[in-house]
Design a binder for this molecule. Sequence first.
Ligand SMILES: Cc1ncc(COP(=O)(O)O)c(C=O)c1O
Length: 448
Amino acid sequence: MIGRSSTAKGKTEKLKLEILKKVRQYYGLAHKPAKFIPHKTRIQYSGRVFGPEEMEALADSALDFWLTLGPYGDLFEKKMRKFFRSRDFVAVNSGSTANLTAVMSLMSRQLDNPLRAGDEVITPAVTFPTTVAPLVHGGLIPVFVDCEIGTYNINPHLIEAALSPKTRAIIIPHTLGNPCDMDIIGDIAKRRGLYLVEDSCDALGGTFQDKLVGTFGELATLSFFPAHHITMGEGGGVVVNAGRFSRIVRSVRDWGRDCWCATGKSNTCGKRFGWQLGDLPMGYDHKYIYSNLGYNFKPTDMQAAVGNAQVERIPDFVAARRKNFKRLYKGLEAYCDRLVLPTLDSRSNPSWFGFPITVKEGLSRRELVAWLENANIETRLVFGGNILKQPGYQGIAARVPGPLEQTDRIMNSSFFIGVYPGLTEEMLDYVLKTFKGFFAEKADRVHA
Ligand SMILES: Cc1ncc(COP(=O)(O)O)c(C=O)c1O
């Protein structure tokens, strides 16, 4: 192939700089934050927050036209590895595929002791559907444990009694960014020899006993959908804390292949035609040898370019989420006779995804949510509620070792509002004023 001449290269570089400058100008005009107008401006529960850097990176990647995961992907994975100080970090195209990759990795034949169909996995009954779907697809049996009002996490004190000789793993989300009790859960996993996977999709940057969420188990998963702490548009990642999983996770993400060459590369192993694996003939092309049941879950390099710029913002984003949470907590404390506010554990420093609220008896969640939504304040329920009551999950092979009372209460009485960095002080004041209005109206009705 004939390379570009140095004059052509100089010209394209100059043009690129001009384009990127224009992109920056465009950002300033097109994406300036709009003025907040109470009642009119939608107070989102979450959303993407980005600057000119993300748009420039995206344009740069588009001009390179690499398309598949490439240089920006490498940079992004490297930065995330550094952030977690993990053995590896593998970018994927969603939090859901991160969970599927993690579960398929635990089932890999390349492990000495993989999970097998019929094995049990401890997980909470209040959950996100795609934390559970990979278990069902793998023929594993989810064991649904009750959750706690306040933390909205698995009740750690119920786990031990839920174990059976078939239990092989614990897969737990840190709901809405509030870290699970990793002291108890980590101890059970260690003592009983269980694999531990943290679904950290909602919790990037949070800590428990000063240790980052996502670094406790063999694997952890993240989502970079716009509602999450950082975004790539669609995207996710698997944090690998146990070195033996690094190649397995990459293999599952990359079609299940045995070969670990980067895109466009060949013979990284130095013996592309020198392998004999499975019942394949000696010398079968390593590029087409599949050691795992895998898929193609790679994001594009353009997604990685955006993620790469977002990583720089993690400390500010986490700080903003904490600050917004605190402001709401302080403002809502006045109603703690009617609302259950989030439970704070002195050992943890959450990186909140949202602000969860449970209405106490005598108060209608429906009325409060309608009041907020009418005021243009977005609300969400706590994901799937009791997952076993979801139409797609009724009748799945599962074990339920005890009553799911708190789970059902969360399904019936809890919801959350936003704390994301796009919320300003005046927006949060408006949210608090709207709560005040609700309770004033209720008092009027009682006294009328
Ligand atoms: C706890 C949890 N796990 C997994 C996911 C799935 O992530 P994604 O939407 O990127 O597939 C979500 C999404 O919100 C989530 O909250």
